[in-house]
Design a protein around this ligand. Structure first.
Ligand code: SF4
Length: 475
């Protein structure tokens, strides 16, 4: 990319739009299976997210640099201008390509310049909304002030009433948060990591409580007091940067969803950036991000209780990379299955692996007219037979035996062994029911003993009825 010594506003858009693409707040992956409601006072629709880091795969079709497609839940796409006000940052976040550690030339917009560029692109129908973030130049309050003033020009001078997602910089004052709240359809403060001591390790000059959690609480107060919930709030982690566990992330997420009614949380994985203190740190396994989005989905959409989601973590506090958290939770709760599809509540249906909100709704709708008694019907309703079959029972059918369930579970265990053979590093299994099922002791089937219980010699494929590793006897 050729940058003139004095870049014009489109050069800056190309550079700072490209930098904003590394901010994942609008680029959740396929695992993030939902859209987020754009219930902002200026917006009529909603923006979802797809893994569209480069929305226009063919650059010739891209209306302008820095413009990305964002998906609405109804499938409609809008053009979103995603740009940083400046990529200069005085902070020393050890994972960040914009931190002071990285030696490169930095750029910044002027307020009018950025506002006029956006308005011009909007007039040309090239963009429908704005996502504005920034590095911290000066301090959080000053940077947020420049961003707020830019958005004020867009709203007041250019009369733009559409979607604007405005990042609030860590450390912004309450007064600036209030001004941002009056202007934005959505606000976000990046939390990055769940605990204060972790924040001190990876961003020594950020105070998690004062700089991040306090502004988030203010946004929540303002949303409840002044906008009737119209302004949504979101945040994002940098997963793995502080060696936190998935459980630690979840507990913070649970607090934020509960206390502040967040619309969305995003889980971009840590990737090492050159010249930063963490450039040698290995990247986080992509599957971890996927599992965190699935966990988030269970919490936010399926309304799983915290005690249920806690079952999905292993002893180290991590989600399984080999199985989705809903299946792990079901395997930890075998005594709740199989479920009679013709009598189950919506909540019960949603706890069956392979059944989601859409297929649960179809089951409830269809069973008003007729009994659901075969897999062909269920699959037509969107149920994933491969995942659901051990957990459901049809009218007149004997519930799947413990042996059937066990066979299915051992099948999954085979997948684990295949993953490990392929060199995929998996978190250690916990030693509860799940790990007992997945990893039968060597003495099993060998005529030995397990936990003081004598195994039946040669009983390959069948466990003794009283064995604590037999799922049929576990409760
Ligand atoms: S404050 Fe934000 S932009 Fe600045 S170094 Fe930290 S993470 Fe990067």
């Amino acid at each position: 990319m050729l940058i003139k010594s004095t870049p014009d506003r489109y050069d800056k858009l190309q550079i700072l739009g490209g930098m904003a693409a590394s901010d994942d707040i609008l680029t959740a992956g396929k695992a993030d299976r939902g859209g987020h409601s754009l219930s902002g006072k200026f917006a009529a629709g909603s923006i979802g997210s797809g893994r569209n880091r480069v929305a226009y795969s063919d650059p010739r079709k891209n209306p302008a640099p820095g413009i990305y497609k964002a998906s609405l839940p109804n499938g409609k796409k809008i053009n979103l201008m995603r740009v940083m006000f400046t990529d200069f940052c005085k902070m020393d976040c050890a994972y960040c390509p914009n931190s002071i550690y990285v030696p490169r030339k930095r750029y910044a917009f002027k307020r009018e310049e950025l506002a006029d560029t956006f308005a011009e692109l909007h007039q040309r129908l090239a963009v429908d909304g704005l996502f504005l973030s920034s590095g911290i130049a000066g301090d959080g309050t000053k940077t947020t002030q420049r961003m707020v003033e830019t958005v004020e020009i867009i709203r007041k001078k250019h009369g733009f009433r559409g979607y604007i997602h405005l990042k609030v910089m860590p450390g912004a004052s309450r007064e600036l948060v209030e001004r941002a709240h009056r202007l934005g359809s959505r606000l976000s403060v990046n939390i990055e990591t769940p605990e204060p001591d972790m924040m001190r390790r990876i961003s020594p000059h950020k105070d998690l409580q004062k700089d991040i959690l306090d502004p988030m609480a203010w946004i929540n107060d303002l949303t409840r007091e002044t906008s009737g919930g119209a302004v949504g709030q979101a945040t994002q982690f940098v997963v793995g940067a502080a060696d936190e566990s998935d459980r630690q992330i979840y507990h913070r997420v649970d607090q934020m969803y509960t206390d502040w009614n967040l619309k969305r949380v995003y889980y971009p994985p840590f990737r090492p950036a050159r010249h930063t203190p963490m450039e040698e740190k290995p990247p986080v396994h992509a599957g971890r991000e996927h599992r965190l989005y699935q966990m988030d989905w269970l919490r936010r959409v399926y309304n799983f209780a915290s005690y249920e989601i806690d079952l999905a973590f292993d002893h180290g506090g991590f989600l399984s990379l080999e199985q989705d958290p809903k299946t792990v939770i079901a395997m930890e709760n075998l005594d709740a299955f199989p479920i009679d599809l013709n009598a189950a509540s919506r909540d019960q249906l949603l706890r069956i692996p392979g059944i989601g909100p859409v297929s649960a709704g179809r089951i409830l709708e269809n069973r008003r007219r007729h009994s659901i008694d075969n897999w062909r019907d269920l699959q037509a309703m969107g149920v994933v037979r491969k995942r659901a079959w051990p957990y459901v029972v049809f009218p007149g059918q004997r519930p799947p035996s413990g042996k059937q369930l066990r066979l299915d579970l051992f099948g999954e265990a085979s997948d684990r062994r295949a993953a490990e053979a392929a060199g995929v590093t998996l978190p250690p299994p916990k030693s509860g029911k799940l790990s007992s099922i997945m990893e039968p002791p060597a003495t099993y089937n060998a005529g030995g003993t397990y936990d003081g219980h004598e195994c039946i010699p040669g009983s390959r494929g069948a466990m003794c009825a009283g064995c604590p590793i037999n799922p049929a006897s576990a409760s």
